[in-house]
Design a protein around this ligand. Sequence first.
Ligand code: ADP
Length: 406
Amino acid sequence: MPTAIPVLAILCALFGLAALWFYIRLKQAGVPLADSSTMLRQRNDVLESVLEGLGDSCLLVNQRQDIVFANHETHDLFRTSGQLHGRPLAELIQDQAILSFVARVTKGNRWQEEEFRLGLIRDGSLEERYLVVSAAPVRLFGEEQPDHLRVVIRDETDRHETEQIRKDFVANASHELRTPLSIINGYLENLLDGVIDDPVMTKRSLQTMQKHGERIARIVEDMLTLSKFESASETGASALRQSSFSCQECVEDVVDRLGPKIEEKRARVELLFPQDASDVIDADRFYWDQIFFNLIENALKENQADGKLILTISFTRAGGAAIMRIADNGVGIPRADLPFIFKRFYRVAKHHSQTIKGTGLGLSIVRRAIESHGGTIAVDSTLGVETAFTIRLPDLTEADLAGQEP
Ligand code: ADP
């Protein structure tokens, strides 16, 4: 009897090893080892948890191109709230180029990626979006061959716009600098070749060169200011040198500096500020000098010296914000130009803009400076009646100033 115990133990070990070998072979052969509905549910749960919160729209479509899964980002991108499961992909993406791309990937049976430009409805209006779509065949439910397609859609509109702004900026800056540079070079050539030799003409040429040299300097200076303000808007309020100062004092300083121009334009400047100390703001004074200077200087330089020009600068507080308004009763800005005037190098071609000194960067600087303080600026204009720029500067909390969440 005692010899039976080791024999039994050996038999049990052999049986265990055989069971393990059998299990490994079944796994290698892909035979389901648990109840298939539980496995499917588990697999779906894993899939969903991976595909949700990816940041990009992600869809699974079957070979008939019906949607079998769509994550939340898909609903956000296409602004749909209803059930997508079971609906044809063509109902969601009504763009023939993307649908043909998906069909090509299904046919070619390999991963592909392409960029598409299409119009999507945003808040009731059609908006141009840049989407990068990648699609890859996938095997679901243990099939031998890929039976589904995974479609990932990345919205690259913001990156595309930033890239475009950068390209436009370089192109515009080069164009703006090229004109005065070629004028200077032309005069220099004439002077060196002796084409211009009498003293009066020489002096006039030098003066023209000086004027264009100053213009180049002004463009470069504005570009540097803009770039500084843009980095500040990216890094937030923490990059600003905050101090408490009276807005009225800041405006009065600017009006003083612009005194000769105000006289030259025979303009009247009216300041409407509260009598208590509520015009004190916490901000970077250097920026606000630039903001008021650019806005007041624009109102002066864009208008005639007919003695009728009135500039009204007012300050009020409402809804937890300081509201500043810089208005003039001059020529005004055509309605069609209003959406563009804050863009870099944009100058209104109408009225006498071509003869007025300016780089087209002033209002971009103003907007950037205000945005880096968390504020906004809006413009309204009625030709020949009034042009008003309204700045809204929300009161910042201590946490905002430190660049933290309140
Ligand atoms: P600029 O350096 O040419 O002044 P800005 O960016 O400051 O460029 O202004 C853009 C354009 O907006 C100007 O060319 C001008 O035509 C128009 N503009 C700005 N402010 C006024 C105003 N107060 N009245 C009329 N036009 C204005």
